[in-house]
Write a protein that binds this ligand. Structure first.
Ligand SMILES: Cc1ncc(COP(=O)(O)O)c(C=O)c1O
Length: 408
């Protein structure tokens, strides 16, 4: 059930202040706040069970190893996958790097990697590097004037030279939900692998990987209420078995000898070399349990209500431009006439309001919206209409002089 007071009670940071004002946190696309269940779980593990997993022949290590593996089951259930299709990573960036470099050996000269101008650096740069090494080409989906993938040209764009389609599921700048079901269907008709960057989708929408039929999906725990340092790479078993591991070391190998030959374990263990972020991983289960108890559909509906309310209040301001009026999620980007986005963000900060300013790590976005820097407000389940009102009122009063005054 969506009980806002109870939800807010779960986030102690909401009782703190920033710049001497009650904290209003609208930077949820960057990272989310952490609920008590997650905080307590980290404290419990660090105070009573801070031993290594899968290595110790003693009771505490067995216990923590079991809890760790239980998280894999929870994550699998959350996205309707199987447990052995879940690889733990340090975050979306690591997962997306694993995929690009792990598939590199399948890419040949002249192959095409198809992506979008709205993608995040973490899903573009690894593929740029792979394309450079293998003399492959990067191509971009055609977009409509609004910045959405143009479905009328889809069949031509996913042509016979395309080897991998890799794209953001929900843009962290425009907030659009990409039409991934259609893309996956078409790509699979041509035996093309599809990779989704789920950094902004898994935390906000109900995701069913079986229904989507996606080959890979990577995301970060910290954007869905868990601590930093834990992410997930989902891969269909057949694809995980084809993916080369680029991180080698303890825990991932079955045998090796002095001549340098080695054999890796089967997936997912072969991707998980080294000691992981144990407490963050176990706390990811607490985060997923918390979000599931509220319901992903309810969370999405609530975010949409906040975003609709916000846009309805600001869209007619003569000094302000919204770039994604039809956003499908709680992400809204805008600029204030004559004020550099970072200066406006600093002013909002002085009023206790946290928003993001800049290019949001999607540096090709100017091809879509014509500017490189914007302000971004991104809503999550603990935000309130009255917090949005404070942002709206502050945006009304903001002037260049007031921003400059901050630096004097
Ligand atoms: C769409 C998208 N992809 C990837 C990332 C990278 O996530 P992380 O920094 O947690 O690895 C982000 C983070 O902002 C993102 O928004």
């Amino acid at each position: 059930m969506f009980d806002l007071d109870n939800i807010r009670e779960n986030f102690p940071i909401l009782k703190t202040q920033m710049s001497g004002q009650p904290l209003i946190y609208f930077d949820n696309a960057a990272t989310t706040l952490k609920p008590l269940g997650v905080i307590r779980e980290v404290e419990r593990i660090l105070s009573t069970q801070s031993v290594n997993i899968h290595r110790g022949d003693y009771q505490l290590s067995y216990e923590i190893s079991n809890q760790y593996e239980e998280v894999r089951n929870t994550v699998a259930k959350f996205i309707n996958a199987k447990s052995d299709e879940i690889v733990f990573t340090s975050g979306a960036t690591e997962g997306l790097n694993f995929i690009a470099y792990g598939l590199e050996y399948l890419i040949e000269e002249g192959d095409v990697i198809l992506t979008t101008h709205t993608d995040h650096a973490s899903n573009l740069l690894p593929w740029f590097e792979v394309a450079k090494r293998k003399k492959a080409k990067i191509e971009y989906f055609k977009l409509t004037s609004e910045g959405r993938i143009d479905l009328t040209h889809l069949d031509k764009q996913i042509h016979s030279k395309v080897k991998v389609v890799t794209l953001v599921h929900v843009s962290n700048v425009l907030g659009y939900i990409n039409p991934v079901k259609e893309i996956i269907e078409l790509a699979h008709q041509k035996d093309i692998c599809v990779v989704l960057d789920g950094a902004q989708s898994v935390a906000h929408l109900s995701i069913d990987v079986k229904e989507l039929d996606v080959d890979f999906l990577a995301w970060s725990g910290h954007k869905m209420c868990s601590p930093t340092g834990i992410g997930v790479l989902y891969g269909k078993k057949a694809w995980l078995d084809k993916l080369r591991s680029i991180k080698l070391g303890g825990g991932a190998n079955a045998v090796f000898d002095e001549n340098g030959s080695y054999e890796l374990k089967s997936s997912p263990a072969r991707f998980e070399a080294g000691t992981p972020a144990i407490e963050s991983t176990i706390a990811l289960k607490a985060a997923i349990d918390f979000l599931s108890s509220i319901g992903m559909d309810q969370i999405h509906t609530y975010e949409m209500m906040l975003k609709d309310y916000f846009i309805s209040k600001i869209q007619h301001f003569s000094h302000l431009k919204v770039y994604n009026l039809t956003t499908d999620t709680g992400i809204v980007i805008f600029n204030i006439d004559g004020i550099f986005a970072q200066d406006a963000a600093a002013y909002l900060s002085s009023k206790g309001i946290a928003v993001r300013a800049g290019n949001h790590c999607a540096k090709l976005i100017h091809h879509v919206i014509g500017v490189t820097e914007t302000l971004r407000a991104s809503f999550y389940l603990y935000n309130t209409v009255s917090e949005v009102d404070v942002l709206v009122e502050t945006l009304k009063e903001i002037t260049l002089e007031k921003c400059v005054d901050l630096y004097i």
